[in-house]
Design a protein around this ligand. Structure first.
Ligand code: F6P
Length: 324
């Protein structure tokens, strides 16, 4: 037996649909094995300030369909400093917590790697709409965010078609282009601008629009991942080079909110339960991951160096073919 009797669960970084399903599965699975759970509020901040709530099965029974995270979240600057990590570790020891389950993205994983130095066993679950945790093919929230972006862009296109305009739509993703790629392909975008592929050449975009214009089209759609290039500047370049009226929509936080899709609920449930399985087999400092659609786990320090989820080249090539 692993000897685990009491654990803490927290969510950290940007909230992501499906986090609640993961919390729910952690609590249900832990209860099944006689492990008690405390919920830490506001991510690593709650560990430092010891803001916690007891979590019983009844507290999480009906949270699968809720967006956001019932435990709240934060991007905790203090956790970058050792003195605060020590304070968090001391709180955990004082409260006889045997392990922490941390649900979040890349920043959460990096925080966990530093935290293991304090002798804390921490199991990570990848949760971020960006799908940018290197070791896993899936992160909770991506499916919901890609669907939300797709639906929003469909609506923008209706208006764009009616006015004969070009719409430039900026989506989230931080340094990854997956939301842009999926939402762009799903909405038949004329150009998709991705951080992994952007070479600073606006001509490739304006030329594509000119070609379509010459073919008799009267509306155009460009999906751009945040941070690649300034969306208003891109719209202005399109207007200058093509004479076509161009408008910008920044989708922003609507992509992070909303009811999780079935996929995010299911993967949240699987990953939450798997985190408890790792603890039961005596696993320490691991991250749950998906590879070839199967649940696996890695040591958190090794995981940060893996590069499994670079932009899929077949998907990228297909996006080019489908926007010809
Ligand atoms: O959670 C991921 C993400 O939504 C990124 O896509 C985006 O760049 C960032 O978080 C925004 O963060 P914040 O909530 O701190 O503004």
């Amino acid at each position: 037996m692993s000897g685990i009797r009491k654990i803490a669960v927290l969510t950290s970084g940007g909230d992501a649909p499906g986090m609640n399903s993961a919390i729910r599965a952690v609590v249900f699975s832990a209860a099944h094995f006689g492990i008690s759970v405390v919920g830490v509020l506001r991510g690593y901040d709650g560990l430092i300030d010891w803001e916690t709530i007891p979590l019983e099965v009844e507290d999480v029974r009906n949270i699968n369909n809720q967006g956001g995270t019932i435990l709240f979240t934060s991007r905790c600057e203090r956790f970058l400093q050792k003195e605060y990590r020590e304070q968090a570790a001391s709180n955990l020891k004082k409260n006889e917590i045997d392990a922490v389950v941390a649900i979040g993205g890349d920043g959460t994983l990096r925080g966990a790697i530093d935290f293991r130095q304090e002798g804390i066993n921490i199991i990570c679950i990848p949760g971020t709409i960006d799908r940018d945790v290197a070791c896993t093919e899936y992160t909770l929230g991506f499916d919901t965010a890609a669907n939300t972006a797709t639906e929003a862009i469909d609506r923008i296109r209706d208006s764009s078609v009616s006015h004969g305009r070009c719409s430039v739509v900026e989506v989230m993703g931080r340094k990854r282009g997956y939301i842009a790629l999926w939402a762009g392909m799903a909405t038949s975008a004329d150009a998709i601008v991705l951080p992994e592929k952007w070479d600073g050449n606006f001509d490739s975009i304006t030329d594509a629009i000119k070609r379509r214009h010459a073919d008799g089209r009267n509306s155009y759609l460009v999906v751009v991942a945040e941070g690649v290039t300034d969306a208003p500047e891109l719209a202005e370049r399109i207007r200058e080079k093509t004479g076509i009226e161009s408008r910008v929509s920044v989708l922003g936080y609507i992509q992070r909110g909303g009811q999780p899709t079935a996929k995010d609920r299911m993967y949240g449930s699987l990953m939450g339960a798997y985190a408890i399985e790792i603890l039961n087999r005596g696993g320490k400092n691991r991250i749950v991951a998906i590879k070839n659609d199967v649940l696996i786990d890695y040591d958190i320090t090794e995981a940060i160096n893996l590069e499994n989820n670079t932009l899929d080249s077949f998907q990228y090539e297909l996006s080019l073919l489908l926007s010809e």
